[in-house]
Every structure is written in C-alpha cells, then in structure tokens.
Design a protein around this ligand. Structure first.
Ligand code: PGA
Length: 320
C-alpha cells in the first residue's frame, strides 16, 4: 500500500460511492479507462480484489469495504487538518455538512444567512430529511452536525437542546372546534386526520400520544411533507399535528387554526447533535457554538412565541 497514491484513493472512493467507473469518471472529470486503470493499480497494491462486478454494477468486496472505511478516515483527517491550518491563520474555512429534520427547514436556513456572512470562507451542504433517514446518515457518519427533535438511542450522540419545538393540533380555520377551549383529547376520536409518513419523528410522537389516550383518529391520508399536509388541511381533508414552526410564517391569521386540545402543545426541543465519538472540525464547532449562543436572539425576530430550551438542559460547548 505504500505505493498507493492519494489520487488513487480518491478515484477508488468515488467508484465505490457510485458503484460505477463511468459515474466516478464523470464526477472526477476523468475518462472511464483512466479510472479503471487507477483502480486496477490500487487492487494490485492491496493484493486482493476490491470490487465484484454483477451486471453493470460494482459491489465492494470485504477488502474493498475496509479500504473505503480507511479512505473516509484519511479524507476526514485531511479536511480537519486543512481547517485547523486555516484556523491557525486566523480564518474559518472549510465545509460544514449539516443534516436537519424536515421541520428544521423552517428556521435553519434563516440562521445560516448571518452565519455565512460572518464566515464567508465556510461552505455549507444542507440535507433536509425525516427522522429515519437522519438516523441512517448518522450510522454512516455522513455529516458533521444534525438538527433533530427526538434524539435516537442509537448511535451514541452528544446532544445540545437550543430551542423549543412544540407540536400543535392544526385544523382549517372553519373547523367546528376552533372556538372551543380545553377540548378533551377524546373529542378527536373519529376526526379525519392527515398523518406524516412511517419513519417520521412527528408521526411517532403523535401515535404514542393518541395510543396513550386511546384516541382513534380516522387517518385519511399519509403524506411525507409538512407543506403538503398544510395544503391538505387548508383543502378541508382533515386536521393534523405538526410542529408550530410549520405555520410560523403565516401564523393563524390565514387558513389555519390551532385547536386548543388538552395535552397539547406537546413540548419538544430542537437539539443540535453529533456522533459521540466524533472529533468536531473547527468549522463544525464554530457553528455549534453559534447555534447555542445566538439562535434564540435570532429566533425572537422571526419565530415569535418560540422559546429557548430550558437553561438547565442547555450546555455550553466548553462543558461538553
Ligand atoms: P420528522 O421529524 O420530520 O421525522 O417528523 C420532525 C421531528 O421529529 O420533530
């Protein structure tokens, strides 16, 4: 392996990620024969096959998988080194890989604006997806930081709560329960309901709450997007339970009303999290600190009514 080059490792990593020489070549602006020659030379250096070809797709062998893990560690180490050097030079520079849960898209991009202005050398890649997919990304160590609302038990995480994320019952403006107060949760029995998709954290919390209170709503529709659910509510298809963040821009002046059902809002929090064993890059630490220190002041401007996570659960970075 001593004769393997960094270039060969990069070519191998791209090939493994795509399962294809052609697609790796496209990504790296190389020709397909160049890619396959580089992989061949690397295979020779390793002394074992790295891929098996089945049909058109390449699959990693056991040795290939080990090499891919090693490559990822090497590239991550080099990225960290680059960022530390930039930090020593007095600059914050590098890439921040963020993955956030669906409802965080209502405020994370707004927090990113001032952050990017303050640190113009930081590039951000932002993935917005549901609870289950975030967990898969965690298992594959694909991101630096996660913004989530229900930290999973696995993998082992360090979590820092920073803002509230209440779940509320939302109905159309003309729903018969709109003007009622302290509506018993049983009043929702048989209500037409729009549910998030399996794998959604919101769905899990809602189902647990209904099961605990023996409430049986009539699920009319399952949708994988909070925005689609809002349109379905406005279209009179039923009520739903969503994060208050989802209607923060239009509030309850428009098409939606928050129903005052007992046991709601369900209090939850936003957490910024990272894998417990992960050495955070300078850039990731900078963003974590920024989120913990400044998100609340910024949230006050554009998320009225959303509070800070309780102090006793907030930890400053220095104590982590
Ligand atoms: P979800 O997560 O998008 O998976 O429903 C949101 C949440 O857990 O608050």
């Amino acid at each position: 392996m001593i004769h393997a080059t960094l270039h060969q490792l990069k070519v191998f990593e791209a090939t493994a990620r795509h399962g294809s020489f052609t697609r790796a070549a496209e990504e790296l602006y190389l020709t397909q024969p160049t890619v396959s020659i580089q992989v061949k030379q690397l295979t020779k250096a390793v002394g074992l096959p790295l891929f098996e070809q089945i049909g058109k797709r390449l699959y990693l062998t056991q040795a290939g998988q080990r090499l891919l893990d090693t490559c990822q560690q090497i590239f991550e180490g080099l990225d960290q080194f680059e960022m530390s050097v930039a930090d020593l030079k007095g600059m914050k520079q590098g890439q921040l890989r963020l993955a956030v849960i669906t409802t965080a898209k209502y405020f994370v991009p707004r927090l990113l604006g001032p952050f990017c202005q303050r640190y113009p050398g930081i590039d951000i890649s932002l993935k917005v997806t549901n609870h289950q997919h975030i967990q898969e990304r965690m298992a594959n160590n694909e991101d630096d930081l996660y913004v989530i609302s229900s930290p999973p038990d696995q993998p082992d995480l360090k979590t820092h709560p920073f803002l509230e994320n209440p779940l509320v019952v939302i109905g159309p403006k003309d729903h018969p329960l709109v003007d009622k107060t302290n509506i018993p949760i049983q009043a929702l029995n048989g209500e037409p309901f729009i549910m998030r998709e399996p794998g959604s954290g919101t769905r899990q919390v809602v189902q647990e709450r209904f099961a605990k209170n023996k409430v049986d709503v009539k699920v009319r529709l399952e949708l994988g997007s909070n925005e689609a659910i809002k349109h379905a509510i406005a279209g009179g298809l039923g009520i739903s339970v969503l994060s208050l963040h989802t209607i923060i821009s239009e509030g309850t002046k428009g098409e939606f009303a928050i129903l005052d059902v007992e046991g709601f809002p369900i209090p939850r929090h936003w957490y910024v999290a990272h894998l417990a064993g992960k050495q955070l890059s300078v850039v990731a630490e900078t963003f974590l600190q920024y989120l913990l220190e400044e998100s609340h002041d910024m949230a006050e401007k554009f998320l009225p009514g959303i509070g800070r996570a309780p102090k006793k659960t907030r930890r400053s970075l220095s104590k982590v």
